[in-house]
Design a protein around this ligand. Sequence first.
Ligand code: NAD
Ligand code: UDP
Length: 322
Amino acid sequence: MKRVLVTGGAGFLGSHLIDRLLAGGHEVLCLDNFFTGSKDNIRHCLHDDHFELIRHDIVQPILLEVDWIFNLACPASPVHYQYNPVKTIKTSVMGTINMLGMAKRVRARILQASTSEVYGDPQVHPQPEQYWGHVNPIGPRSCYDEGKRAAETLVMDYHRQNGVDTRIARIFNTYGPRMAADDGRVISNFVVQALRGEQLTIYGDGSQTRSFCYVTDLVDGLIRLMDRDREYEPVNLGNPNEFTILELAKEVRRQIGSRVEIVFRELPLDDPQQRRPAIDRARDILGWEPTVQLQDGLAKTIQYFARALSGDLPDFEKVEDV
Ligand code: NAD
Ligand code: UDP
């Protein structure tokens, strides 16, 4: 049993990770500033003796005695990370320094939640870990992309210089229950729009691609990576099945049985044209690969949002078994 700190624990991924950690018998400290996270995501944990909630911003230092740190704190949706870009990069740089400093002092193992955005608008397809990426350093996505790249640099330097026991997970687009209805990312947008009978808004012509990973698969990969000794180099975690955004919109509409219109809006600057993870490394070293097909994960997500929008959610939604 470990004492585990999850920063960003009240967010989408963090709250699912916490469920898995508690189920595994670990003690969990959830740290969050509630910028995009919500108490609703972790309310069901509050009565658990193995769970503690700390309202804190990782840009400020903090010292806690823990064995493992999952550093997930950072807004992940373009809408939210562009709301206060300076704060976003501070979270990735100063926040990650604070978490690495803590890991160094208490000799904790730390996993950094990195992102496929470190590959930018990739010119290599699919993207293997060896690819250095194609990132605009001064555009509207840079606060996030370059923040996460700097965070990776810090992680590797704390490892090489100070011997900190580090892990880097490069997470590709992940979706599922507990995404906020106003999150702004594509799956929650389309599902919420279709359920409300509103038009589905495609940015650009919908030919850009993404590869969507269901949240339970992703959490499984994170825990496997954390569990593995001496795995310091970055590991891609994502589902290699690739879809165009137009295909996604049609699938959401089909599953909801909705006749809503699909409309096309301006493509945001620097929006990556294609994205698919090469997951050979995760397969080899972690024995991991996603098991949930988009169709099935979408069905769960639609079910969740249908209940959330009608105000009919229990304290929490169990989503382990898809
Ligand atoms: P999310 O927005 O739901 O969760 C982020 C959480 O971090 C929220 O609870 C938010 O309140 C908290 N937070 C933000 N800034 C903070 C700060 N300064 N101090 C303390 N807490 C702070 O997003 P998510 O999808 O759960 O993403 C979690 C992590 O995974 C992020 O680091 C994100 O970059 C990374 N990631 C996610 C995806 C994905 O598709 N979901 C893909 C790549 C990387
Ligand atoms: N997108 C879209 N409509 C929306 C939200 C997003 O067409 O309502 C597009 C977006 O432009 C991008 C893709 O869907 O090409 C994925 O966007 P998201 O914000 O989910 O993730 P990211 O771009 O960070 O991969």
